[in-house]
Write a protein that binds this ligand. Sequence first.
Ligand SMILES: [Ca+2]
Length: 222
Amino acid sequence: MAENLCLDSSVIVDQSSDYGGGTYPAENAIDGNTSTWSLTNGGAGEWWKVDLGAIYEIAWIKIVKRSGYGTRPKNYYIQVSDMWDFEDSAAVVRTLITATDEDSELNEYGPDEYEDSSTGIIKARYLRILCHTTNQYINLAEVEIYAEADDANIRLSTISIEALRDGAHNARLSTISMETLRDGIHSTRLSTIAIEVLRDVEAPISAQRTSMFLVFPNIIIS
Ligand SMILES: [Ca+2]
């Protein structure tokens, strides 16, 4: 299981305003305790944001709202950026989720979860929850962010090689199949590679050496 990046001591958070004069700071959303929560005022465009300290390939975001207050907020974006100042015109902001009144699933008591699809990997250092309607409080028990497993987590689980020889020295058919099993964040991803090599048996092969290099990049096949 990957670690929740937000629990790292170097992570910085901020929020647009502090309800109750700082009684419920932004840090309460990353203290690993769902019974403590951050809380903004209910003004216009309230936000909560986090600086992970480095760029990560984000795979899974989980937002746990305060128990009993699943509609705080209920109309919001989850956005990532490569700049801390999301308001900067030069910032590249990517909206992952737009939660609206009509989106009952995201507006229930949660947790709200977002998982990256295999069509693209989110690379970001900064994440923001931004209300897109007024009179919305942001009341977060916990925000959890998990990164993609690194390449070391690609495990070659099965290698089978079948070589059939015809007579004394003619290689005929070789089959190499491999299964790679990737332990993802909370799912198992499986890919299979099969290679067949068919050789002409008419021409005797006096000596045969085959070298094969297989390079496994960040394979993710759902
Ligand atoms: Ca908390």
